[in-house]
Design a protein around this ligand. Structure first.
Ligand SMILES: [Zn+2]
Length: 421
């Protein structure tokens, strides 16, 4: 069918649907999306439809997903040089020099087919919305069920890899000839660049490559991250069909990396399972350490996951130590849903000086006393603090004491029937 460049995404989707002879409801049912939403899409009332929705529509209309992603303006031509995302990721690692960046670019180019993952992406901040998280969890639980791995703790990744029809093919390496050629140009920067690449998955050959010598918990995380890329259909299909001249826009690529990280953590925590275990008692780093080692997940990933999922009201501040200097970097902040509702720390009201002050106290090894905080309605709450220092980062956990029912309310319930006699 002839679609001109000026046609909007909505008009194009409508054309595809009509060409298939499908009504709105029918098409929505086949795609597994809401028909009201499809109608909004066709009227261009959705600013940026999420890739998972486009992937479902592409499958329903039997069209390449890549085409719909292009129409929705998620792709761009691959320019020379590092992507904004790669540069940002590398910045977090320290400040690579121009020469280092060039070496990394050359290594990445040499590994292009593998679409290598950069280590620092694990630290990528930012949040996924509820719909994304729910969709990812659905895919993860289905995979664990297929692999007979649900409720097997720690998650048997080899079993999950096998059922995904993936193979751990080996370590991230370049052929000796390529390494030699790159070394001639960049010296030992090549080896440094190789160290920064944690893993990759090749969708055509179904091979996963992982960095040599990763420590156990990180190895598991990267392994699960690569499974995650393959598990989410809107990742798998896109990466399998991207050519060398096209790439995701940097902000979309960031989003994809966050989704793969989310899939990784969901695979390792078995959806809600770790959260349920942790919610049995008041949160503390002792507890986080205990469940983290039971599920074989790093304390950092466990802490973030627990705080984001818990029913308790709490927040987590993490400050990474600058490489070389050891100085604390600006903190990352995560809030549980109830803490966010009560205090809006994540949205707009986080008291930055108070958080920094406690991170510095934790770094010094000071004992952290409880503090009082006013919530958004002006009620005063007692917040308990706990801290943890690792060579990489300083963590402070803020936890509200469970709300006590005011004594009066309880008495009224007892007294009322008595009085009515
Ligand atoms: Zn990745």
């Amino acid at each position: 069918m002839a679609v001109t460049d000026k046609t909007t995404l909505g008009a194009r989707l409508r054309e595809l649907r009509l060409a298939k002879g499908l009504g709105l409801r029918e098409a929505a049912t086949i795609a597994g999306i809401n028909h009201g939403y499809l109608s909004q899409l066709e009227r261009d009332e959705v600013a940026q439809p999420a890739p998972p929705v486009l992937q479902k529509l592409a499958a329903a209309y039997d069209e390449p997903f890549l085409l719909l992603m292009r129409w929705a303006n998620y792709l761009e031509d691959d320019p020379q040089g590092l992507s904004a995302n790669q540069s940002r990721a590398l910045k977090i690692m320290g400040e690579p020099t121009a020469a280092e960046l060039q070496a990394i670019k050359a290594v990445l180019d040499a590994m292009r087919a593998g679409r290598a993952d950069m280590s620092a992406l694990q630290r990528l901040d930012g949040h996924l919305d509820q719909a994304d998280r729910a969709e990812i969890r659905r895919h993860v639980l289905a995979l664990l069920r297929r692999a007979d791995a649900l409720d097997v703790i720690p998650t048997p990744l080899d079993q999950v890899t096998e059922i995904s029809k993936l193979v751990i093919a080996g370590e991230v390496t370049l052929s000796p000839a390529v390494t030699r050629r790159l070394r001639e140009r960049f010296g030992d920067l090549v080896d440094k660049a190789l160290e920064l690449i944690l893993g990759s998955v090749q969708f055509d050959s179904r091979e996963v490559y992982l960095q040599k010598g990763l420590y156990h918990l990180k190895h598991r995380f990267v392994h699960a991250h690569e499974i995650g890329h393959d598990l989410l259909p809107w990742h798998r299909e896109l990466y399998a069909s991207l050519d060398d001249k096209t790439r995701l826009k940097p902000e979309v690529h960031d989003q994809y990396e966050r989704q793969a990280n989310q899939a990784a953590i969901e695979i390792l925590t078995q959806g809600d399972r770790l959260r349920a275990e942790a919610d049995d008692s008041a949160l503390s780093f002792d507890l986080i350490n205990r469940v983290g080692s039971q599920f074989e997940i790093s304390v950092q990933a466990t802490a973030r996951h627990v705080v984001e999922e818990t029913h308790q009201a709490c927040a987590l501040a993490i400050s990474y130590r600058g490489s070389g200097t050891g100085k604390l970097m600006p903190p990352h902040l995560y809030s549980s849903r109830s803490f966010e509702e009560g205090f809006h720390w994540q949205s707009d009201r986080a008291p930055a000086p108070l958080i920094q002050q406690h991170l510095r106290a934790a770094q010094r090894g000071d004992a952290l006393e409880p503090i009082t905080l006013a919530d958004v309605r002006g009620r005063i709450a007692t917040v308990h603090l706990d801290s943890l220092c690792t060579p990489q980062a300083v963590f402070v956990l803020f936890r509200c004491s469970p709300e006590k029912k005011p004594l009066l309310t309880r008495l009224t319930h007892v007294e009322w029937p008595l009085r009515s006699h």
